[in-house]
Design a protein around this ligand. Structure first.
Ligand SMILES: *Cc1c(COP(=O)(O)O)cnc(C)c1O
Length: 495
């Protein structure tokens, strides 16, 4: 199977090329030329597989040129007991008879980014070998928190890779900064940038396009790539857990084979919910995909009206990983819903670039109405949902997952549709402990690592081991540069 660009489908690439390159040169995203179908009886087989086996099975449909043995090895290393604190890897927890929570934060950084970023390095380094690439890849990341740490943990000590992460000096939480500054591994670099996330992000984008820098690094045996969610190698591992959740529902007797389910996802860059859409296209019976946003509700408006408009205020919320106004992965959905009309997608994207706005045609609107629902959650409602879930179910959830639970509740009230629903839970509550403590009624909230103990004490739930370990770790990185000096930082790192 080949991969095509969403903006020019005459450009064709093997899976290994698509993964190594990340983004198509015309600015489009890589999509598989067809969506493979789960064969009859697949769910029966999947029911009895481990998560690692499910991952190798599902990814195998998409990755011509990779053997099943290879993929099995990757899955065992990516999702092994040294990385994930439960053998289920992505356990499905029953909340009530119609509501199940897919916990995606049992990995080494306690956010759902691990599900993909533990797998991507294996896919990428194998791709380099298949492409006969002799240079070392240098992954550059600008992060607002979760992606940077997830990528560092995934790529640490992976042969033929280096990774450098830039984070905004005052734009990440204390825990997130400590997670990155204490990162272990011989191939990693971490650097703060004076400014906000946009400064770090713009700086990294500039490095990618700097022709002279590319030549210098080429002479030193390096080339740049990205671990951002536009890389197909990040979307694909996410398809797995939606297929897996359906198999788990069957196994638990919550549904019968063929019964439709709804899936509700707290959404930022549209990567996670897009993976659920691909699972549906593969044959998992899904009725509605419910897209949950916080106050940055550009996607709610788009899915309800067909007009995408990023010209609006940007809010900083208690669910920061969803504070985003340009959801890159939406482009892949537009490609599918337009009947794979690459010219139309390119036109929408150039309108977005020029004016921050585009309106899709009626055919696309009809498909969105048919398959998606959308809603958003205010800051107060997020807090109330965490408090209510804790009081009524003794279930502690983080701020992002709370956004999704509230939107699901709204959806059910509005539509009366009580189909069994899977809610994607994207972070451990300990990662956003200050907001969670306030939400469950604690007023005097501590700061830094003391927060972890405080939440553990109040809730009776131990902090996840990777976060608890921060208390004894010494920071290895203390570099901080002005945004003009990011290039020197990279040259120093790759000297
Ligand atoms: C990244 C992230 C999201 C948003 O996921 P997208 O794939 O960007 O839509 C939601 N919650 C958490 C905790 C995240 O880290």
């Amino acid at each position: 199977m080949y991969y095509l660009s969403t903006r020019d489908k005459t450009l064709r690439f093997t899976p290994a090329q698509a993964i190594a390159q990340g983004l198509s040169r015309d600015g489009g995203l890589f999509v598989p030329e067809t969506i493979p179908q789960l064969p009859a009886g697949a769910m029966d087989k999947l029911k009895d597989m481990t998560y690692q086996q499910r991952a190798a099975y599902v990814m195998g449909f998409y990755l011509d040129g990779f053997t099943q043995e290879e993929l099995t090895g990757f899955a065992e290393r990516a999702y092994g007991p040294d990385k994930f604190d439960t053998p289920a890897v992505a356990p499905l927890r029953k909340v009530d008879d119609a509501t199940y929570c897919l916990e995606l934060w049992h990995g080494p950084t306690c956010a759902f980014k691990d599900m993909a970023l533990q797998m991507l390095p294996h896919l990428l380094s194998a791709s380099l070998v298949k492409n006969e690439e002799e240079r070392t890849v240098c992954i550059l990341v600008a992060t607002s928190g979760d992606t940077g740490k997830g990528a560092l943990e995934g790529f640490k000590d992976v042969p033929h890779t280096r990774i450098m992460v830039f984070y905004p000096k005052d734009g990440v939480s204390e825990i997130q900064e400590l997670q990155m500054r204490t990162q272990e591994g011989d191939n990693v670099g971490v650097c703060a940038v004076v400014g906000n996330f946009d400064d770090a992000q713009t700086g990294v984008k500039k490095l990618f396009s700097e022709e002279k820098l590319r030549e210098t690094l080429n002479e030193r045996g390096y080339f740049f790539s990205s671990a951002n969610s536009i890389n197909w190698g990040r979307v694909l591992p996410q398809v797995v857990y939606y297929v897996s959740s359906y198999a788990d529902l069957l196994k638990a007797g919550a549904i019968k084979e063929g019964d439709p389910i709804n899936i509700c996802v707290p959404t930022g860059n549209f990567g996670n919910i897009l993976a659920a859409y691909y699972a549906k296209r593969m044959g998992v019976p899904v009725n509605k995909l419910i897209c949950a946003s916080n106050s940055n509700n550009v996607l709610t408006d788009f899915l309800k009206t067909g007009t995408y408009d990023r010209n609006r205020p940007f809010y900083t919320t208690v669910s920061p990983s969803m504070d985003i106004l340009i959801s890159s992965n939406l482009e892949r959905l537009l490609y599918a819903f337009s009947g794979e009309d690459d010219k139309l997608v390119a036109d929408y994207m150039s309108q977005l670039n020029a004016s921050g706005r585009y309106e899709v045609d009626d055919a696309i609107k009809a498909q969105i109405r048919d398959q998606f629902a959308a809603g958003f959650t205010s800051e107060n409602e997020t807090e109330e949902t965490i408090g209510k879930m804790w009081k009524e179910k003794h279930y502690l959830i983080d701020t992002h997952s709370a956004v999704a639970f509230h939107v699901l509740e709204q959806y059910r009230k509005e539509t009366g549709d009580n189909t069994v629903a899977v809610v994607a839970s994207t972070a451990s509550p300990f990662k956003f402990g200050d907001a969670v403590l306030k939400a469950i009624g604690v007023n005097d909230v501590k700061s830094g690592v003391a927060l972890l103990d405080q939440l553990a004490e109040v809730s009776g739930i131990p902090a996840p081991a990777p976060l608890a370990a921060l208390k004894t770790k010494t920071p290895r990185f203390d570099q901080c540069v002005e945004k003009e000096n990011m290039e020197q930082a990279v040259l120093g790192f790759l000297s």
